[in-house]
Ligand binder design. Sequence first.
Ligand code: NAD
Length: 410
Amino acid sequence: MSSSTNPTSSAYKAAVAKLGLEQNIAKALEIPDRELTVEVPFRRDSGDMDSVIGFRVQHNNTRGPFKGGIRYHEHVDIDEVRSLATLMTWKTSLLDIPYGGGKGGIGVNPLNFSKTELERMSRRFFRAIDPIIGVNVDIPAPDVNTNAQVMSWFMDEYSQVHGYSPAIVTGKPLELGGSEGREAATGRGTAVITREASEKWGIDLKDCKVVIQGFGNVGSYAAKFLHEYGCKIIAVSDVSGGLHDKDGLDIPSLFDYNRRNRTIKGFEQGKNITNEQLLALNCDFLIPAALGSAINDSNVQSLNCKVIIEAANGPVTGDAANKLWDKRIAIIPDILTNAGGVTVSYFEWVQNLQQFKWSEDEVNQKLDKKMIQAFEEVYSIKKDQGVPMRIASFMAAIDRVQSAYKLREG
Ligand code: NAD
């Protein structure tokens, strides 16, 4: 469980205390509404039956249907899924989209399965969680190691029982009702948030120095858009290591190279550096877009940036965040920075319900507006209350859930 998303984390507790949250509501928000553990039997290609364990946790639906991804990973267990479901409640609330929070997963390494085995396993999992999901109840999405193909199987499985239901999952292929702009949405949102932060922190976006850890979906698109804004991306990395050029990397070429090769390794420009060296580079914005807990007690003192933009989920541990506060390095938190993905997932659902398709421009404009609104709200709480952006984000998110909760309780 990442420290920033854990309901017992110090930032969460500080936000609850600042808001003066009533004890009964605080208690209700710490307990997930529902947790389902399922056995998923499926046939291997050999003809033998096998079974894996799956989960769906529905944390809170006070503001709307549960919403959150389904991941396939060996580390998936009920604690991790619960923590991520909780995070989704705060993320959807912070962005003021009419959803609650949920998450699911299967504890497997998908590399150990053929495509046909994955399909059978995915379909059986979706059937197993069928009793608790629905287009107005709980809407899953892709997460680590699941993708548009897995969403297509989910959607097909559900539609066979309930009739054609594209709105049951988001992150689908365009041909099955996916939204324009979804693939780039989280990176785009990250770039928008960085742009907004540059104004508030008095950093000139043109030629400012940006370092990005992780060059997957989020990191590569964030680099692309920030490069278009005129930033100098002086270093990026992936699991194979990093590349550094103090004059700025050629991001359009690197983006294409990474698309073709699925790694930045071997790209012709830049000096090879390690991920640890990358984190210590002098820069304006450091954007961790790979792993949870990437910035922790062991490396926090070496950081040399002005602002950290948390594009990954929980990339800065709670202890490290406290030290960064002392070092006057600001953190723009994950629930704000990487909310572009769930926002466009919401747009996809809305389009599916209306059986209507928006243009990419329309999606991007609506996304930018949502991200800016959320940033402004958090920044004004930070200023008014004298708290870090992380606590201010929780305050905005918890407060909106609390208001809805009180109105519904009567
Ligand atoms: P991805 O799998 O597309 O990319 C991950 C990147 O991180 C890859 O470049 C990989 O090589 C790199 N990486 C892995 N281990 C590393 C290591 N030890 N050191 C340095 N780099 C390493 O994943 P993604 O979709 O870009 O997601 C990145 C992060 O953003 C995750 O924390 C994810 O939970 C979070 N996130 C993603 C989305 C989304 O829409 N994709 C939305 C919200 C949050």
